[in-house]
Design a protein around this ligand. Sequence first.
Ligand code: 6FA
Length: 768
Amino acid sequence: MLRRLALGVLPFLGSVLAQAGGAYVDPDNGITFYGYTEPAHGVTYGFVFPPLGSTSNEFIGEIVAPIAGAWAGVSPGGSMINNLLLVAWPNAGKIVRSARYTTSYVLPTAMSGPILTDLPSSKVNATHWKWVYRCQNCVTWATDSGTNSIPVGDFGVPAWAYSSAPVDTPSNPQSTFVEHTDFGFFGLDYSAAHVSDAQYQIWASGGSGTGTVPPTGTPTTTPTGPTSTVPAIPYDYIVVGSGPGGLVTTDRLTEAGKKVILIERGGPSLGFTGGNYQPDWEKGTNLTKFDTPGLFETMFSDSNSFWWCKDITVFAGCLLGGGTAINGGLWWLPPDLDFSTSYGWPSSWVNHNPYTAKLKARLPGTDIPSTDGKRYLMQSADVTAQLLKSSNYVNITINDNTNYKDHVYGYSTFGFLGGKRAGPIATYYKSAIARKNLVYKPNTMVLNVVRDGSQITGVKTNDNVIGGNGIIPLTAKGRVILSAGSFGTPRILFRSGIGPTDMINLVKADSVAGPLLPPQAQWLNLPVGYNVSDNPSINLVFTHPSVDAYDNWANVWTAPRPADAKQYIKDQSGVLAHASPRLNFWRAYSGSDQKTRWLQGTARPGAASITTKYAYNASQIMTITVYLSTGVTSRGRIGIDAALKAYPIVNPWFTDPVDKAVLLQGINDLVANIPKVSGLTMITPDNTTTVKAYVDAYDPASMNSNHWVGSCSINHVVDQNTKVIGTNNLFVVDASIIPSMPMGNPQASIMSMAEQAVAKILALAGGA
Ligand code: 6FA
């Protein structure tokens, strides 16, 4: 929604307990680890243990580090002295590692007792190294004064150590090295980090997913563990991803009586879906971080951010609801321009109104999200309205006038119900999950589609329990629908031999994904990843004496204002029923190329970052984010790197200088009226920086609005029925097929698109 820091620069919080780890699934091996990615160097430390009470004295762990990490180590017990210390580094394409021990602050030396077994997903590639290991005799160990152990039934504080300086003899596991260049701690609830004995044995013996031992890459020691399979049941429709595209599609397919499986790589989100991640002040309720609009800003400051997709370099939600579980909730019903032929849609798509009406009937949106019918913390809206009125903007209810987008402003409108986040989760998912013909499979990642030339026969998942190979098959007339998002869907296509050759060759070079590709003769050269757009956005920060900056949202998780927390718990009313935005506006501009571009703005209390020479009152700050929306002509490219991480290969902002000129014009027009609003001061940029210099110097990584569309554009990658060109039965229904920027923050437009797409798919002959 708003400009945000990139994942890699999430703030490093001061307190250990704030840096609490959580569960995540390593997509390479399907193991559910409990761990933490420390933000300073991007190294992940994970652990998983046999069931509590087990006498096995062992665990499985991993260290995943960027290649810049010369060595990294972890102390699960939390300190250096008298502890099990595990240290690893890459050398000549392999991991070198050891268990070490010390009784004083000197270089630790080999520890006797632990038996280390490298598991098959350990690897070294161009960007990262990963050590996945089984550590036996590692939970309790002897010390000079008795025993020491990892607190497996309790909360622990593991320590990590990192160095950018190589060890002295990289080929020698007992090499000497100089002291770590950095170290730190994180909190981890070890009592949660346990799995069943059967599951543990599968993983400990080198198995992946929740299943069997893989045929290759057996561990260096091979205890035999049980194997298990469940029958691979064929489905009429396999939907991949539970974002807005996937949920609307799943609901309508199940409503039509189709036998559907919805596969989602992440876990639950809202309370009613099984989510339970909540601040202390919500304990005892079914409310979670994801339900509570007022906690939106904490998505970006929480160190236990398990909801972000860790293998995508920009913000993307990897949990039930996808981006709609964690976004700002802004809800704009689409104007006609969102589906016009001038912006890349086939003429068969132009009449979106019946589909938008179906969407509106499920979720109308509200600009008064609090259940008591009152608006709260509206000072930033009042100040911005004054600014806009002086430029002849008029005040409307935005969703009552969807085509009216020039010189208008209105209160921010949210896809919330009853003071809580709703989006597609509390609507479409809720009705779909109640149907017997839906199987919902969370925590499962689709790796690729299984192809027989142009015919898709199923999907390959990381859950090898299914059929012994992780493949979920289709019925004879079955179809696969990819709804894995603007980054996730292209990656699945690349891994299925569909897309530009340079991307498929990266897959081919990967030791795990390469062998799963179809033969080269079946590769489909489509422009997957091209034609990508996202709103370029610039933040302007102001102060005004009337504004309550709400402590810049810093306390809402740990110590919200007591009356506000009490009010929200009571009946989901008050400040915390709103996400941070308070007012939005639009204006049309004609560029020097005679094309019309629309400027959008969002005002809110607080600010993500401030650069100013002014002394200012931090309790009075507010932000206006100014974006370019429909009409933006710049385009970028999405792809994968050698580690198959998805990222923007070419950033999509300001590749056309006219876009930049129009956005600059819009900002200048806005700030020209600041003197007309008594008490309003712009502090970023301040008066030592011109608006032009500010825009020129703006960090491209901060221009991201998280509204990515176009990577599988209709007419280019998919046809007018959303079928991937050159295939018989593979479809895409998510933001990636939208060929150009919608008018507003896009979730409602995506859902109207999905209503229309699924209607076309159901009507298309040849399907189940
Ligand atoms: N849009 C709005 O309309 N209003 C907003 O306020 C707004 N704010 C934000 C925001 O603040 C942030 C931080 C972000 C990231 C996005 C925002 N957006 C907003 C944009 C909006 O959320 C996205 O445009 C929208 O969610 C995109 O919908 P899609 O259906 O295209 O895709 P998603 O990424 O939402 O969902 C993909 C799902 O597939 C995820 O659940 C993911 O876990 C799953 N998935 C991905 N790969 C998979 C795989 N291989 N196997 C199984 N599941 C997979």
